[in-house]
Design a protein around this ligand. Structure first.
Ligand code: KIV
Length: 244
């Protein structure tokens, strides 16, 4: 899977072999420049989900339930999920499970496929005091495994494992019947997900070690922009054949 937030990239992903698209709440950071995902809200997720759905050509789309949207009770969570599904999502993803088991169960019963997300839960960054690998201690590892099993039990169809030791991710993957999708969780997961801008190499700031750039995207953009600028200043753009 790959994250995507807009129509033009969704059109490219539609023609790609990837199995699914996540309209992640990381949109708040990657596209809107916010310091965390905590500021994502249902309105923001709706606009980006609609844009992706217009371009995705039938690819499976998961939309993130943003911060606290699923922690204000079942009715509020159903309202938020309604907005995202109406925007074109095929499923929703939400972080954690403790305290909102009823929400997961009710969404699933309502015909809304739910993807879980355990390990590092970026919406809880303030509680962690920073973005840290989770599950390093035996106790925390067992806790994460328990949460993943609980999500399966409640009817989740898949679970994202973020930033946990590869060994733990492998144990969880073996224990679960539903697929695990890893990010910073080693090679034993059933699938992998990366943020599109990270894999394109567009991220010139801090890059977590799992976010391998598969392209020199930032260099390609800078080169194209510099070439345009030079051509305009040299008077070679636009050419006669590019004019009316
Ligand atoms: O919002 C996001 O991009 C995510 C992925 C990191 C899994 O949740």
């Amino acid at each position: 899977m790959i994250t995507c937030y807009d129509y033009s990239f969704a059109r490219l992903l539609a023609a790609s072999p990837v199995d699914g698209i996540l309209v992640g709440d990381s949109v708040a950071m990657v596209i809107h420049g916010h310091p965390s995902t905590v500021t994502a809200n249902v309105g923001m997720m709706r606009i980006h989900t609609e844009a992706v759905a217009r371009g995705a050509g039938g690819k499976f789309i998961v939309a993130d339930m943003p911060f606290l949207s699923f922690r204000k009770g079942v009715a509020a969570a159903l309202d938020a999920a309604h907005v995202l599904m109406s925007a074109g999502a095929n499923a929703v993803k939400l972080e954690g499970v403790d305290g909102h088991e009823d929400v997961v169960e009710r969404l699933v019963q309502s015909g809304i496929p739910v993807m879980g997300h355990v390990g590092l839960q970026p919406q809880s960054v303030q509680a962690y005091g920073g973005y840290r690998v989770q599950g390093r201690s035996e106790e925390n590892a067992r806790e994460i495994a328990r949460q993943a099993c609980a999500l399966q039990q409640l009817g989740a169809f898949a679970v994202v494992l973020e930033c946990i030791p590869a060994k733990l991710a492998g144990e969880i993957t073996t224990a679960l019947r539903i697929p695990t999708i890893g990010i910073g969780a080693g090679a034993s997961c059933d699938g992998q997900i990366l943020v599109l801008q990270d894999l394109l190499g567009m991220n010139t700031g801090h890059r977590p070690k799992f976010a391998r750039p598969f392209s020199d995207g930032a260099d390609a953009v800078m080169e194209a922009v510099a070439n345009f600028d030079a051509a305009v200043k040299a008077g070679t753009f636009p050419a006669v054949e590019e004019s009316y």
